[in-house]
Design a protein around this ligand. Sequence first.
Ligand SMILES: Nc1ncnc2c1ncn2[C@@H]1O[C@H](COP(=O)(O)OP(=O)(O)OP(=O)(O)O)[C@@H](O)[C@H]1O
Ligand SMILES: [Mg+2]
Length: 258
Amino acid sequence: MGVLNKDKSGLKGSFTTMVSESRQTTDTNSNSTALAVKNLSKIYDSVSGKVVALDNINFTVKKGEFVSIVGPSGSGKSTLLNMIGALDRPTSGQVYINGIDIFALSDSKIATMRNGLIGFIFQSFNLINRTTVLKNVKLPGMISGMPVSEANNRAMKILEALGIADKATQKPVNLSGGQQQRVAIARSLVNNPAIVLADEPTGNLDSKTGDDVFDMLKTLSRKFKRTIIMVTHNPELAESTDRSILIKDGKVERDVAN
Ligand SMILES: Nc1ncnc2c1ncn2[C@@H]1O[C@H](COP(=O)(O)OP(=O)(O)OP(=O)(O)O)[C@@H](O)[C@H]1O
Ligand SMILES: [Mg+2]
């Protein structure tokens, strides 16, 4: 399982240069801070008018912390995760990942950063079904310029660590939901991301399978010191994380250690 240990080997060449060049120094960007969200707001323009999805959100996450984001439907949880993951730009405010002010970068640098520093796990797995499990897992590595043999090795070792190496040549569609989510977890780890973002990762799974997937995330957090931010509607899972942030009407309503 050594492949899951935190090391910087996934960050290569120009990408590493880009990261160090754009490193900022503010109080929220100390070495122990993985993520800092500052005055973050998102307003959507819809046919029925403006929707304030996020309203001045502020918090920081330490390296190795496992944080759950909870709150009612429509409160802004997915919007928040999408901003942290730089899938969409905020209306105002900043997101710092490992000290880098991501929205100060150009769109193409944001894309490079997203692939190298952020791992995503979605409720609906979001795997590519026309290709194999192995190719799905190594894809972020290939995009970031990892040599093919290294990408293959890393992907296989992670699949082994997650107990699904025997599925490497299968198409994801032939796997069970729990197995597909393991593939998505493996894919999220291939580049040694600074943070792993999971939006209701157990939402499409029965409770036993969901608990297994959650236990896997917990192992990644406890044993391998991964920084994980997980949206969940399940109060028991939320309480099993280090800290829960309650979002209501786009604001942080509560932020408590568990
Ligand atoms: N692309 C969009 N365009 C317009 N409004 C949007 C868009 N995405 C989200 N919203 C609105 O922003 C608000 C927050 O939505 P979001 O999806 O973040 O909620 P959520 O907390 O993830 O909800 P759920 O628990 O149901 O997944 C909602 O009012 C939603 O309708
Ligand atoms: Mg959501």
